[in-house]
Design a protein around this ligand. Structure first.
Ligand code: ZN
Length: 300
């Protein structure tokens, strides 16, 4: 009984020892096989690096890539002399709530934001220049002060008289109003009496924006009719000096550019974004379209 118990005990022990030994041996083999060596770490990390660099060097899918804007030096070489002169572009200056109900909110800067913009220019030491300064720069090389801007307002809406002009007057800021002369006196547009009285009391240039707000990708006869009719109407009211133009919808054409050049236009503005104004592009000048965000968000 005692003997068989001892025997049983020893056999159980033997199995335990053998089993434990086998377990340790298997564990050891497992660890050796799976333990990463120095070289395997290196190859793993280089795989990660190569995967990373592959990710970085693979171009992102960009269906409509943006062209890199030309630098001031590049622009000067191609079209110079040039000047950095952001030309702010506004349309309606009006209560945004009213603009929404009238369906032209996208063309509207709220009157209180326009006032804030003018205050910003004043507070930050900007010189607000008239068109004559840019013409003098192009024609005579008269320098433009650093931190200068110009203000343009398109289309001759009646809110220019009620909302924009009084704020501009407060700061004595010059500006240019581009007037489609055939639309004057229409509902929602200025009257000639308002236009002439503002032009007489403030440094506001009333400039050509065609007769019927017609796009300038038209035939020569249409361009001629649109531009000269507007010119005649502005001249009849003692305006249109200097001769500055803005293309309706920002649409230009070689025919229009040639025609304006032949008519002695000094400057013409598009709606293309840009703040570098160059002499050789004086009839296709860029502007900066201002919305309801603060002026600081437009690089000013
Ligand atoms: Zn317009």
């Amino acid at each position: 009984m005692k003997k068989s118990l001892l025997k049983k005990f020893t056999i159980t022990h033997l199995f335990l020892i053998l089993g434990g030994g086998l377990f340790i041996a298997l564990l050891f083999i497992f660890l050796v096989v799976n333990h990463p060596t120095q070289s395997s770490i290196k190859s793993t990390s280089s795989t990660v690096t190569s995967q990373l660099s592959t990710t970085i060097s693979t171009p992102l899918p960009t269906p409509t890539p943006k062209p890199t804007p030309l630098s001031f030096a590049d622009m000067s070489k191609l079209y110079g002399p040039c000047v950095q002169l952001p030309t702010l572009m506004y349309h309606h200056i009006q209560d945004l709530g009213i603009a929404k109900t009238e369906g032209h909110a996208s063309l509207t800067v709220d009157t209180k934001y326009f006032a804030r913009d003018m205050q910003y220019l004043s507070d930050h030491g900007y010189s607000v220049l008239p068109m004559t300064s840019l013409i003098s720069f192009f024609d005579n090389g008269t320098p433009i002060p650093k931190k200068s801007v110009m203000i343009t307002i398109d289309d001759g809406y009646d809110d220019f008289g009620t909302d924009a002009a009084p704020i501009l007057a407060q700061y004595h800021f010059p500006a240019t109003l581009f007037v489609p002369t055939g639309l004057v006196e229409n509902p929602g547009y200025l009257h000639w009496s308002t236009i002439t009285s503002i032009a007489a009391s403030q440094p506001i240039l009333m400039a050509n924006h065609t007769w019927s707000h017609h796009n300038m990708e038209a035939s020569l006869s249409v361009i001629q009719h649109e531009v000269t009719t507007a010119e005649t109407q502005l001249e009849q009211h003692g305006l249109d000096n200097p001769k500055v133009f803005a293309y309706p919808y920002g649409l230009t054409s070689p025919t229009a550019i040639n025609f304006l050049n032949g008519q002695g236009f000094k400057l013409a503005f598009t709606t293309v974004y840009g703040n570098i104004l160059c002499k050789q592009q004086r009839l296709t000048l860029p502007r900066v379209r201002i919305g309801n965000a603060p002026l600081s968000s437009y690089g000013l």
